[in-house]
Design a protein around this ligand. Structure first.
Ligand SMILES: Cc1cc2nc3c(=O)[nH]c(=O)nc-3n(C[C@H](O)[C@H](O)[C@H](O)COP(=O)(O)OP(=O)(O)OC[C@H]3O[C@@H](n4cnc5c(N)ncnc54)[C@H](O)[C@@H]3O)c2cc1C
Length: 423
């Protein structure tokens, strides 16, 4: 183990930003460019750890849409993003990365990635920009306590006392706590009187007690319609997209996107996932197409007919849930059995146990209540000179680059507004 770094002299800054993630890196460069003496403090030895691991280490930077598309994707909370997106739009985000030498590409799902497929290129560009801006980046220095002092703040870090005229909290949420995000920002905001909307895991894999589901671990189905239903049969969330079977249950974009209603439910075990594995067809169409085949090839086994459009192992498992033998000759199937087979593929109900929790959640839902933050400045409405940006806020979007866009834009606006006194 390397020795502890020596303590530092106390220091005074115009703007101090806690957390060098997506929002903090943007904010620090912006504040320094706008004229503030800026310190960016990060507990990890590397800045932007989540950027590095994001998008399967490819970093899905944003989504190919306009500002309105981003706002809409966040639902009711989306209107909070109008001013941040006016400060840094989707187009300006892409331009910013291009100007830093990170070319981008758009994938068919609308996700925008660096052309190199390397998240490290995104992180390195942001760090370069911070360094060029004149902001000081202090790595391996965790902030332990934050207190108000006169007009500003006094921070106790693992290495020194830092005095800040303006303070920006960009400590993220509390998902993937192994990355350093353990929710300290919530504690400080609460200490300053802010309401914290109960944090819960979002964009997180879902677990199930169904052994047949877990036994299919590793299989991906590109187009599945998924609905989360409660005991009364009400659909709480619905999404269509790619689904991945895993040894604990289900994952993949479509599952991550509906997971927030599971983690936010008081009794997740009362919920189920209804999966339609062939969403382009209805039961009648599917039965008609199977029966047409059965008429010309009655000796075919049920499985070979059913498994034409889906993996055989999945179809075997789905037929088993309807107590249908995959070896049955199709000529012997009753109309009712055909319908049961079709329902097994198009209306398969999978019981839910819960989620993999904060440990494996890509984002945290909940956080600092938006009503207490001025979205035109990102400044706290309760505490002068305190700013908040990024995932620490009660803002979480779907999969597809939306969460980074919220962090880039809120971080940029906060950095700019913090520096106004020195511009
Ligand atoms: C596995 C994974 C993949 C993801 N993929 C994508 C994707 O492809 N696209 C997308 O849009 N979103 C993705 N996300 C979500 C995205 O990473 C976050 O929404 C985004 O990073 C939030 O930015 P932030 O700056 O608010 O917080 P973070 O990026 O989490 O940064 C917070 C920083 O604060 C630091 N910090 C915390 N407490 C302290 C303290 N006390 N002192 C000093 N420093 C502190 C942390 O170490 C961290 O560096 C992914 C998340 C995960 C976990």
């Amino acid at each position: 183990m390397s020795p502890e770094p020596p303590p530092l002299e106390p220091s005074v800054w115009d703007a101090v930003i806690v957390g060098a993630g997506a929002a903090g890196l943007m904010a620090a460069a912006e504040a320094a460019i706008c004229g503030a003496r800026t310190l960016l403090v990060e507990k990890n030895r590397k800045p932007g750890v989540k950027i590095l691991m994001s998008g399967g280490t490819r970093c899905n930077i944003t989504q190919a849409t306009d500002n309105r598309g981003i706002v809409a994707a966040f639902g009711a909370a989306g209107r909070f993003l109008h001013s941040p997106l006016a400060a840094l739009s989707v187009a300006e985000t892409i331009e910013l990365f291009h100007s830093e030498g990170v070319l981008t590409k758009v994938e068919p799902t609308g996700k925008i990635f660096p052309a190199s497929d390397k998240a490290v290129d995104v992180q390195a560009a942001l760090v370069r920009r911070v360094e060029r801006s004149g902001a000081t980046l202090a790595l391996g220095e965790g902030v332990l306590e934050v207190q108000r002092e006169d007009e500003g703040f006094r921070l106790t870090t693992t290495r020194r006392i830092v005095l800040a005229r303006k303070l920006l909290i960009t400590t993220g949420g509390q998902s993937y706590p192994g990355c350093g995000t353990i929710g300290e920002g919530y504690r400080w905001a609460a200490q300053f009187g802010h309401t914290i909307v109960a944090p819960r895991p979002a964009l997180v894999p879902i677990t199930t007690p169904s052994t047949w589901v877990r036994a299919l671990g590793g299989i991906t189905i590109p187009d599945v319609l998924v609905r989360v239903r409660d005991e009364a049969g009400r659909a709480l969330a619905e999404r269509r997209g790619s689904l991945l079977f895993a040894h604990f249950g289900l994952s993949g974009p479509v599952i991550l996107d509906v997971s927030r209603v599971v983690s936010g439910h008081p009794q997740p075990r009362s919920l189920s996932l209804e999966c339609n594995f062939l969403p382009a067809l209805d039961v009648e169409q599917l039965v008609a197409s199977w029966r047409a085949q059965a008429q010309v090839a009655g000796k075919k086994q049920l499985l070979s007919v059913v498994a034409e459009q889906l993996p055989q192992r999945l179809c075997e498992a789905l037929l088993a849930t309807a107590q249908l033998s995959p070896q049955m000759k199709v000529a012997e199937l009753s109309q009712r059995a055909w319908h049961e087979a079709a329902a097994a593929l198009l209306k398969q109900s999978i019981p839910i146990e819960g989620t993999l929790g904060f440990k494996k959640a890509e984002v945290t839902a909940g956080g600092v209540a938006l009503g207490e933050v001025n979205s035109s400045t990102m400044q706290s409405k309760l505490v002068p000179n305190l700013f908040l940006a990024g995932e620490v806020l009660d803002l979480d979007g779907p999969i597809g680059g939306y969460n980074f866009q919220a962090a880039w834009s809120t971080g940029t606006l906060a950095g700019r507004k913090m520096a106004e006194d020195w511009a």
